[in-house]
Design a protein around this ligand. Sequence first.
Ligand SMILES: Nc1ccn([C@@H]2O[C@H](COP(=O)(O)OP(=O)(O)OP(=O)(O)O)[C@@H](O)[C@H]2O)c(=O)n1
Ligand SMILES: O=C(CO)[C@H](O)[C@H](O)COP(=O)(O)O
Length: 433
Amino acid sequence: MNTRGDNCEPHRPAHPRIFTMCEAGKSDHHSAERCVDFPVSVVLPAGGTGERTGLQTPKQFCTFLGRPLISYTIQAFESMPWIQSIVVAVAKENMDLMTDIIQRFKHRKVRAVPGGSTRHRSICNGVLALGEEERPAVGRPKVVIIHDAVRPFVEEDFLCKIAMAAKEQGAAGAIRPLVSTVIATTSEGYLDHSLERAKYRASEMPQGFTYDVISQAYQRCSESDFEFGTECLHLALQYCGTNAKLIEGPPTLWKVTYKRDLAAAESIIKETLSRSACVITGGLAEAVNLADALRKAVGALDMELDIVPDLMGDNARCLLKEWNFIQVSVSHSCLSEVEAILVALEAENRALLHPVVVIWVHFSRTDELPVSERAPTAITELASTAKHRNILIYGIQLKQSKHWERSASRVAEIASALIRERSPALVGQLLQA
Ligand SMILES: Nc1ccn([C@@H]2O[C@H](COP(=O)(O)OP(=O)(O)OP(=O)(O)O)[C@@H](O)[C@H]2O)c(=O)n1
Ligand SMILES: O=C(CO)[C@H](O)[C@H](O)COP(=O)(O)O
């Protein structure tokens, strides 16, 4: 609420504006839960236009592997059990889109509220919404985390530090070393002076505030702050006398700002999904030998393999943690083993947030016809239906040969490329190792 006592957004016609990862850091939720024993809520400002990307779609709604960037950020916070609620502030004309994203990707704890014409106004609307929380299980937070919706790579351990410091100090913020030197220019466009870079830091997100501090800061700040300000920590100091604790954060805190950042974010997401795979051998000797050779070969490609005979019993754990599966079939050309994987994946709804890759490696003995001649369309048909469920099926056919290691490393190269790229264009193809 600003000085006039009304909402943050001044009464003027909505701007005709067009608006648009990750795995949270691999941290131990339990250690964070032990530290954060007070209610924490999150405000994700997502009401911007993304003009600096040069794209029509606001960057927070640009998709990576079929999912909008904002969904990766939401999922990162949702995966932290100690976060009680998330408010996303989006432009009024994107409220339906945001509601659809929340429903489609089954985001919990999240609700969308109208953003404002500036970032501060959007954040202020989010903070106000936390104060008016009606969901019974959600009380007023002790700490409010503010985090740009276009920073998808937030790490739980660091977020925990920010939340703890905010509780203790009233405010806390992430900082990073400056990459470029900051200079002041004259009105004629010449150098006035430069700042000593070592004395300065870049202010990043996440930031944390006690609810009282950030709500008071927005109640007291000026129209000029709302219109031109970019720093919540400044509002806390200026209007609440609260000096934020500054904590240097990891390099993953960067904000998607330019078009190149979208490509970087997609590359990081793909890399995160491609670090390991589960190889199912059926227990057959040739398949086990191939899997062992594959493990050596993919090791050189910075990938780990978990080799199991099936996905039953304890091995079913692979279904809950793997995004990539390699089914090795020896001789028989039916896809029943692949179909069994599909059934298991769908039972766990595993492909909701990320596309799951299933590679069928068909090993044929020297006296047998290759599967491309025996059942050329089998994989294409199965892959076509699975693709609609976000499961990408690829085939690699391998003929028994005396150059075992060479064949295995060829399969490894193809499989790791398919896993890394997750290309829809190659779905259903039967590639020759
Ligand atoms: N009126 C606004 C403007 C920005 N933001 C959000 O604040 C975050 C950081 O802002 P920025 O990177 O500047 O996003 P945009 O304003 O969309 O980018 P640009 O300046 O290139 O238009 C983004 O998640 C953006 O959606 C917001 O909630 N409301
Ligand atoms: O780091 C920040 C403040 O702490 C904000 O993310 C940054 O100021 C946003 O600026 P812009 O909206 O111009 O990208």
